[in-house]
Design a binder for this molecule. Structure first.
Ligand code: UDP
Length: 315
């Protein structure tokens, strides 16, 4: 059995990864400074194979004993979070990735970087294959996240080439599911809460911009396949089922049986107009593709949010 370090392990994706690796019988060390993560995401875990360390990975990371895998997921990840925490976002993508790679080198562990579709920026190629270099505004409000992740990819490849570290890079497209943080500003938790509370659903811009939503369980399986592969080049993991944000708002209204009206707000600066992963590589190299249909995944997610909003006395 392997020993795995998951940075950002108390976040949305990190906590699902903790669950998955524990289910596989591995030892999991979860590290998080909790600036956007939450211990509630891991409070259900009772396993003696699990430990949590509250720590900021932009500092030197010390872990006693062997490590087989390091999954570097620490970072603010929603547009609101990384605009509120621009320096922390840049630091965790650069210094944090450097520290986590240094640890991987020391422990001879396989390193997996959580990268993002944001490396493609507002894309001029559609759908986005891994060999597209992107269209990113380095000095815009999203630049702090996009460039941090682009740097993180560059340093990961440098450690791979120069230090012969075993590395993987996953480019994660929009993912949703239980444990997304209410108030993180992303479209799924925001619109889900609005729909369940029968409050106006805020569509940014004209709602014609597109996204492609992947259910978290599919994503976790894809990441595991990538980790177990020998693919050192970046791989897109996401669901290619693309839709406009307006259609997404209507779908949420329908599934939640909401009485909410739709209301329009200005489109945030540099908001990508289209986004859809080209997952040919994941299909060919990893033999992976998403299985959970959007309606099915949204229903499961809705139950979780309902519960959450009830606990908070909001519905
Ligand atoms: N969006 C929206 N209403 C909201 C939140 C987001 O219309 O209340 C839009 C946002 O402008 C973007 C899309 O939904 O076009 C997805 O936004 P999100 O913040 O989830 O992540 P992104 O894909 O932009 O990183």
């Amino acid at each position: 059995m392997a020993r795995v370090l998951i940075t950002g392990g108390a976040g949305f994706l990190g906590s699902h990864l903790c669950d998955f690796f524990l289910e596989q019988g591995h030892d999991v060390i979860c590290m998080d400074n909790l600036i956007t993560g939450n211990v509630e995401n891991i409070s259900h875990i009772r396993s003696s194979k699990f430990s949590f360390i509250k720590y900021d990975v932009t500092n030197y990371i010390y872990i006693e004993g062997p490590l087989d895998y390091i999954l570097h997921f620490a970072s603010p990840a929603s547009p609101i979070d990384y605009q509120l925490l621009p320096i922390q976002t840049l630091k965790v993508g650069s210094l944090g990735t450097h520290k986590a790679l240094g640890l991987a080198k020391d422990k001879k562990a396989t390193f997996l970087l959580a990268s993002t579709s944001e490396v493609y920026g507002d894309p001029l190629v559609h759908p986005q294959p891994e060999d597209y270099w992107g269209n990113v505004n380095p000095i815009g409000p999203r630049g702090v996240y996009d460039e941090a992740k682009r740097f993180a990819e560059a340093i990961t490849m440098a450690y791979h080439r120069y230090h012969a570290i075993n590395t993987r890079i996953v480019r994660i497209f929009n993912t949703y599911g239980p444990r997304m943080r209410l108030g993180d500003g992303r479209v799924v938790p925001t619109m889900m809460a609005q729909a369940l509370m029968n409050e106006p659903i805020t569509v940014f811009g004209d709602g014609k911009q597109t996204r492609s939503f992947c259910y978290v369980d599919d994503l976790v399986k894809g990441i595991y396949r990538l980790l177990m592969s020998d693919c050192t080049e970046p791989v897109n993991i996401g669901n290619p089922a693309e839709m406009t944000i307006m259609d997404f708002a209507f779908l949420l209204k329908e599934i939640t049986k909401s009485k909410s009206q739709i209301t329009f707000k200005p489109l945030p600066v540099d908001d990508p107009k289209i986004r859809q992963p080209d997952i040919s590589k994941a299909r060919d190299v990893l033999n992976w593709e998403p299985k959970v249909a959007l309606k099915e995944g949204i229903k499961t997610t809705m139950e979780w949010f309902k519960d959450r909003l009830m606990k908070e006395g909001k519905i």
